[in-house]
Structure formats: C-alpha cells, structure tokens
Write a protein that binds this ligand. Structure first.
Ligand code: CS2
Ligand code: MN
Length: 356
C-alpha cells in the first residue's frame, strides 16, 4: 500500500505540501482540480501544473479524488453523452499525465451527509457527526445552510454553493430515478469509459454512499456487499473497481467490513480508512482512527487489506479537529497525521508478523 493524504490545493487548503511531506511514511497526495465543475473536460495544462507543484514538493500525485459526475449522467438525460465524452477526454489526459487512479461517486444531489460538523467530544476535540433524527427533521433545502454555517469558511467538496442553489431543480431531475434506474445509468457510463481506462490503465474507484442508505428519499446504491458485487459483475473489468471507505460502508452496522474487503480482492483500487463511534445505530460520530476510540476493529480492516494483497493508495479519512487547529472540517493536518501514522504502524506489524 502507499500512504497518502488528501490535499485541496494551495488555493483552498490550510494544510501545505511541506507539512504533508513531513508526516512519516506519507509519500503521495490525492487531489483534484477544485476549480472545475462536473461535466467539463479538464485542461492538460492544469493537470500538469498540479502534478508539477506536488512533485516539486517531493511528493507524488497518486490519484484523483474526485472527477465528479454530471447529474445528467446519473439521471440518464438525453444530453448525457456530451458529458460522458468530456469525462473520457479528462481520463485520456490524466492517463497521458501518468495518473492511473480516479475516485468518483454516484450519489444523487448530495455527496456525503452529516448533521453536525463540530460535535464536541469528551476530550474537547470536535468531529463530524450524524443523527437520523436530525435529518428527518430537516427540509433538504435547509441542509446546505446548516452545513455551510459550520464549515470554518471552507467550501466542502460535494456541497458547492452553485449546485446547492439549484437544489429544488436537482430534486425534480431525480424524481423518476429509483435504484434500478441508477444502476442502469451507472452501467451505461462505465461501459462508455472502460475502453479509455483499458488503454491508459486507469483504475476507476467508486466511493460508497455516505451514509449507506437513502437520505431524503433519494436513491442510493453503493451501500453494501450485495450491491457492490452486483456492480463489479455488471461491468466485469478490473478497471471497474472501488474505493473501500470504512467510514462510509461502516455507517451501516450490518456491513461486515473485513468480509467486504475480502470479497473485493483485485477490485479495491483505493482505501479510505477511518473509525466511527456509534452512540446508537442512527447516531454516530467520527472518532479518532484508533480502534479503542471507536466501534471498528482497525487491525482487522488493515489485516483484510493485507490478505487480499492490496498495493494501492490508502489515506486516513476525516480527522478530528484537535490542538486548536482551524481547517476544513474533517481535513485538518494534525489528526489525519496521527491517523496515517497509526495505520502505518498497524501495517508494519502485520507485514513483520507475516514475514516471520
Ligand atoms: C469524502 C467524499 O470528504 C468526504 O466525505 O469521503 O466527499 C468523497 O471524496 C467523494 O464522495 C468521492 O467522490
Ligand atoms: Mn471516504
């Protein structure tokens, strides 16, 4: 595996490449062109400039999170082919720039959903949290206001104000899209892009829906083992793979995370590893990465990745806000650095144990 950190670019991130470079064992970053909007073809010069900036700092651009998918593709409207063509152009250019992993998601309207961005934990740290009761009490149109008020001034990925201004229209677009239709549209999209992925050896890594169930009545399909295996089978190409995000699949306690990892051998192209602490099955908060601080056994998760021979990029996912840091919720430096170090420690122990 290759340990990485997500980086939002010098214009948007409070964390610098220099700081990332000083976290032991972190050799690469995962980034994207944050100035782009879903549906447009990325410019080669912009891709190369991002790559150069990262390499000049002594790191490697290991993959993209995310190349986002235009709603026309998810809804399956007649103009989707135009946006798929642009997506293919972007993939082609990424391939030419020697970038071989692309994370994306297929969530309608909202990307990840949390109901609090700064819940205070007993140790005084603040974390992202979710309660179903809070979602049930909210009108989807108010969701954005409640999220952005807590964001420390940052624009959260997937919650761009331009998209959120069109929220009514977006809900209207999805009104006839159910799970089956969403699967069909995903299949159509993947079949169109697989040839360019084959040509440039680009691993597509779908990110799970977070939380792993329907919110506000919108369909959500990347939520459990049965659905993800269905997706792997429906376009049975090794370049059609997944981002295994423990914190997203883990929102549903029925998902057996190590078992899911083992069932996806050869198809996990990217791993997000983080822990959650459940206060009830519908109330969870994003704890520290350490097993004992949350609900998941992080050793078992890392062991499962080891057992399937995982060699791809991995990153700690959302971290807590600690030591008075002010940063994008979930994406400060300190707790993600602790997370990376802890995951590297688990990995070293597993590798040494197996080599004995
Ligand atoms: C991420 C997602 O910050 C997060 O919650 O895990 O936003 C993720 O980057 C996207 O869903 C992937 O397309
Ligand atoms: Mn994730």
């Amino acid at each position: 595996m290759q340990m990485t950190l997500r980086w939002y670019g010098s214009q948007y991130d409070t964390v610098t490449l220099k700081q990332i470079r000083q976290i032991p064992g972190v050799t690469g970053v995962i980034s994207t062109l944050y100035g782009t909007t879903p549906g447009e073809a990325w410019e080669m010069n912009d891709i190369l400039a991002l790559k150069k900036e990262i390499e000049d700092a002594g790191l490697k651009l290991v993959g993209i999170e995310s190349v986002n998918i235009h709603d026309a593709i998810k809804v399956g409207t007649p103009d989707r082919d135009k946006y798929i063509d642009n997506y293919i152009t972007t993939l082609e250019r990424l391939g030419q720039a020697d970038i071989h992993m692309v994370c994306y998601n297929f969530m309608p309207v909202f990307d990840w959903t949390r109901t609090e961005l700064a819940r205070v934990r007993p140790d005084g740290s603040t974390v992202l949290a979710y309660t179903q009761e809070a979602v049930d009490a909210l009108n989807p149109e108010d969701m954005f206001a409640s999220i952005s008020a807590d964001a420390n001034g940052a624009i959260l990925p997937g919650w761009e104000p331009e998209r959120m201004a069109r929220i009514k229209e977006l809900f209207e677009m999805y009104k006839d899209v159910d799970d089956e239709k969403l699967f069909e549209n995903l299949k159509y999209f993947l079949e169109c892009i697989m040839p360019v992925c084959d040509k440039y050896d680009i691993n597509m890594a779908i990110h799970p829906d977070d939380p792993a169930w329907s919110v506000f009545g919108l369909p959500r399909i990347i939520i459990n083992k049965a659905n993800i295996l269905r997706m792997m089978k429906m376009v049975d190409n090794p370049h059609n793979g997944v981002t295994f995000c423990s914190g997203s699949y883990g929102t549903n306690l029925e998902n057996d995370l190590p078992d899911m990892i083992r069932s996806l051998k050869g198809r996990i192209h990217f791993a997000h590893v983080r822990n959650l602490k459940f206060n009830s099955p519908t109330d969870f908060e994003e704890s520290a990465h350490l097993s004992s601080d949350g609900t998941f056994d992080m050793y078992e998760i890392m062991l499962a990745l080891y057992d399937i021979g995982f060699t791809g990029p991995i990153r700690p996912d959302h971290g807590r806000m600690i030591w008075d840091e002010v940063a994008m919720p979930g994406y400060g430096l300190y707790d993600r650095a602790l997370g990376a170090t802890y995951l590297n420690g688990l990995w070293e122990a597993i590798v040494k144990q197996h080599n004995k």
